[in-house]
Design a protein around this ligand. Structure first.
Ligand code: M6R
Length: 365
C-alpha cells in the first residue's frame, strides 16, 4: 500500500526517520546513551582486519562503514564489490572477520563471497533486512536492519538503515577495542539519537526547493557527483540513484580525483552536484568547486547554513540541510540525494518503482 504517495520509493523515503529509529534502538540505548551488547560470534577486539563485501547501494553503505570503523574503532577495513571479491582470491588470516551487507539477503555475488570467507574459517557477520534470507541463515552473527519491506527497486530506507547499523557497530567496535571511552560513546550515541529528527527536518525543508531543481535537472544528459570523506561514497550512491531511475548518465567521484581526469568533462552541459557538509574537509571541497566554476561548470551545492555562507559561490542551486554531527552526515544527506533523483525521474515520466532492466533482488551472477 502506497498510502498517499505516488510511488513506493517516495513512501519509503519518508519512512526513513522511523526505520532509522527502529533500527537504532536495537543497538543503542537511547536513555543511557550507550551501545547495547551484540552477538558474541563477532568480537572486534579479537581481530586485526574486517573484510566487507556487498553490491550496489549496499556496497556504498559499506564504504561509509569503512570510514567509521577506521576512525572510531581504529579497525582496518577492506571493502570490495562482491562480484570482484569472490574471484580475487584474497588471502585471509586467523585474525580476520568478514561482514556482508544486503537488503534482500539473496544477492548471488554477496552470498558467494560469504561462502568464500566461511570456507576460510572467518567469523561471518551479516547486515541484512530480510531476516529469513540465505545470507542471514549462513552468517554467524546477524545485524538486522529494521527498515521493513522495501518495495521500490531503488534502495532508500534499506540504505540509511544499513548506515545506522554500521555507525552503531563502529561505536560498539570502538568500545570493544578500547578506542572509545564512556564520554566519547555518550557523545556519539547522542549524535545518532538526533538523526531521525534531523532527517525529518531535512526532508521537510528541502522538499519545496527540490521539485523546481529536479525539473531543471531533467533536461541534462550527464551529471557528476562529488564528495570527500564519507560524502564520497554518498556521491557514488547519489549517482547510482539518479541513473537507475531517471536514466540520466551520472558518475560519483571523490572530489580530490576531479583534477585527475573528470575535470575534462566539465562544461555548462554537465551539472556538478557537490555534497559538502561544513566539516573538517569542507575547505578542500570548496577549492574543487572553484575549479569547476572556473571552467564554466554549473554547481548544485548540498551543504548546511554554515557551509552555504562559507562557500560564498554562485551556484545553480544550494540545498541547505540542517547542521548535523559528523557521524550523522551520510545518513541525513541521503535525504536530498534521494529526493533529487526521485523528483527528476517523476518529471521524466519513468517507471520509478520498477525501472527498466532492473530487479529488486539479483539472485543470479
Ligand atoms: O539486496 P542487496 O542489498 O544485496 O542488493 C544489492 C544491490 O543489488 C542493490 O543495492 C541495487 O544496487 C539497488 N537497485 C540500488 O538502489
Amino acid at each position: 500500500d502506497r498510502g498517499n504517495h505516488r510511488h513506493f520509493m517516495e513512501k519509503e523515503i519518508y519512512e526513513q526517520p522511523e526505520a532509522i529509529s527502529r533500527t537504532m534502538s536495537r543497538y543503542i540505548d537511547f536513555a543511557e546513551l550507550k551501545s547495547k551488547p551484540i552477538d558474541g560470534s563477532i568480537d572486534f577486539s579479537a581481530i586485526d582486519r574486517l573484510t566487507m563485501s556487498a553490491c550496489g547501494t549496499a556496497f556504498y553503505a559499506g564504504v561509509v562503514g569503512k570510514y567509521w570503523f577506521e576512525r572510531y574503532a581504529r579497525l582496518p577495513v577492506e571493502i570490495d564489490i562482491a562480484s570482484e571479491f569472490r574471484y580475487r582470491e584474497m588471502p585471509l588470516g586467523p585474525r580476520d572477520a568478514a561482514m556482508f551487507i544486503s537488503q534482500s539477503g539473496e544477492t548471488a555475488d554477496t552470498l558467494a563471497s560469504l561462502r568464500y570467507c566461511k570456507d576460510n574459517g572467518l567469523p561471518i557477520g551479516a547486515v541484512v533486512n530480510v531476516q529469513e534470507s540465505t545470507i542471514a541463515r549462513e552468517a554467524n552473527a546477524i545485524f538486522p536492519t529494521l527498515a521493513g519491506i522495501e518495495v521500490g527497486v531503488a534502495s532508500t530506507k534499506a540504505f540509511t538503515a544499513q548506515l545506522t547499523v554500521l555507525a552503531s557497530l563502529s561505536i560498539i567496535a570502538g568500545r570493544q577495542r578500547g578506542t572509545i571511552d564512556d564520554a566519547r560513546e555518550a557523545e556519539l550515541c547522542q549524535a545518532l539519537v538526533e538523526i531521525p529528527g534531523l532527517m525529518t527536518k531535512a526532508l521537510n525543508e528541502i522538499q519545496p526547493q527540490i521539485e523546481k531543481l529536479a525539473q531543471e535537472l531533467s533536461h541534462y544528459k550527464h551529471v557528476l557527483y562529488l564528495g570527500r570523506g564519507t560524502s564520497f561514497p554518498l556521491a557514488m550512491e547519489g549517482a547510482l540513484k539518479l541513473k537507475e531511475i531517471s536514466y540520466i548518465h551520472a558518475e560519483g567521484y571523490a572530489a580530490g580525483e576531479l583534477k585527475h581526469g573528470p575535470i575534462a568533462l566539465i562544461d555548462e552541459k554537465m551539472p556538478v552536484i557537490v555534497i559538502a557538509p561544513y566539516d573538517a574537509v569542507f575547505a578542500k571541497t570548496v577549492s574543487n568547486m572553484q575549479e569547476v566554476a572556473a571552467r564554466g561548470g554549473r554547481i548544485i551545492l548540498i551543504t548546511d547554513a554554515e557551509g552555504a555562507a562559507a562557500a560564498d559561490m554562485e551556484t545553480m542551486a544550494t540545498l541547505v540541510v540542517p547542521k548535523v554531527p559528523e557521524i550523522a552526515a551520510p545518513i541525513v544527506y541521503s535525504a536530498p540525494i534521494q529526493l533529487l533523483a526521485y523528483h527528476t525521474a517523476v518529471f521524466m515520466g519513468t517507471d520509478v518503482d520498477q525501472p527498466r532492466n532492473l530487479a529488486k533482488s539479483v539472485t543470479v551472477e
